[in-house]
Design a protein around this ligand. Structure first.
Ligand SMILES: NC(=O)c1ccc[n+]([C@@H]2O[C@H](COP(=O)([O-])OP(=O)(O)OC[C@H]3O[C@@H](n4cnc5c(N)ncnc54)[C@H](OP(=O)(O)O)[C@@H]3O)[C@@H](O)[C@H]2O)c1
Length: 272
């Protein structure tokens, strides 16, 4: 990509994206710049990736074609207030701030216009296995969407969704890693209860989740069919599945995603 990308905020997500686009060779480091409030952080990013770093957002974005907002939702207002007059239609703005709507961003831009894309990534982006949902808006071109998909594709998989689905995405893939950590932890605890050493139980549980996820993603088989492949008549797996049904795992997981989505909706309303 020959566009100049400016990352505002070089924290966990900002750094993950920078690392991803550089490692995938999507962008040359000369086309990437990053700003942050912490001089120490900028120093570390400069040392690790050889990037141009800035403490002044306005100075950084002057030359940028794409601005990626990687700051916390609480500081988005302050950041936009400072740079709004420089964010004309010649710049593509991509925000990953959870719960901040495209309308809220556009409202802070001159003439309430702008090429704005909203993305909801998740923490496995830090190891290149993220899941990002991307929403465009009026004024965003197909080329803009392709660019966003390429950038977030460098840290995992991407899907395009309507913005009204962002709360559902937040509840599922945004909060989802925490739900799965709890699954891994409880499977490993069961292993320990049955006499396995903790480190052995942890790897058995985590690799089982990873392997099952890879099968679900790549085998081309329906998830029910994959489950049937492990479940022989009168065997061990059906006994375990029966216990999970009786204890309500399916319902518990559906409620977890729904409650997280509901909370995302509430927080979005409050932060408007
Ligand atoms: N982490 C996730 O799983 C995840 C998932 C989806 C979406 N997101 C979104 O991603 C965004 C970033 O999250 P994060 O976890 O990467 O946060 P983070 O680690 O706190 O990174 C944000 C960085 O921005 C810096 N910053 C603050 N004000 C700034 C300003 N005015 N100009 C430039 N930089 C500034 C912060 O510096 P200081 O620390 O000095 O304030 C910090 O280094 C959030 O909006 C979050 O909602 C995160």
């Amino acid at each position: 990509m020959d566009k100049k990308i400016a990352f505002i905020g070089g924290g966990r997500m900002g750094e993950s994206l920078i690392k991803g686009v550089l490692e995938s060779k999507l962008c040359n480091k000369n086309n990437i710049s990053v700003s942050d409030t912490s001089a120490e952080r900028l120093d570390s990013l400069k040392k690790s990736y050889g990037l141009k770093t800035f403490s002044d957002n306005r100075e950084m974005i002057a030359e940028a074609d794409i601005i990626i907002l990687c700051v916390k939702p609480q500081v988005i207002d302050k950041v936009l207030e400072n740079i709004a007059d420089m964010c004309g239609l010649n710049k593509l703005i991509i925000s990953i701030a959870a719960g901040i709507t495209i309308a809220a961003i556009k409202n802070r831009l001159p003439g309430e216009k702008g090429r704005v894309i909203r993305v909801m990534p998740n923490t496995p982006a830090m190891i290149g296995e993220g899941m990002s949902a991307i929403s465009g808006s009026q004024g965003v071109t197909d080329e803009d969407m392709s660019k966003a998909m390429a950038i977030f594709g460098a840290v995992g998989k991407t899907v395009v969704v309507k913005e009204e689905m962002m709360d559902a995405v937040t509840g599922l893939s945004g909060s989802g890693p925490a739900f799965i950590y709890m699954v891994i932890e409880s499977m490993a605890d069961a292993g320990v209860k049955l006499g396995l050493a903790r480190d052995v139980a942890n790897i058995l549980a985590a690799q089982t989740v990873k392997g099952a996820a890879e099968m679900a993603l790549n085998s081309g088989k329906h998830i029910g069919e994959l489950r049937d492949m492990v479940t022989s008549p009168g065997g061990t797996t059906i006994a375990g599945l029966d216990a999970l049904e009786k204890k309500g795992l399916r319902e518990a997981m559906m409620s977890a995603v729904e409650e997280a989505a509901k909370r995302s909706m509430e927080l979005g309303k409050r932060d408007k």
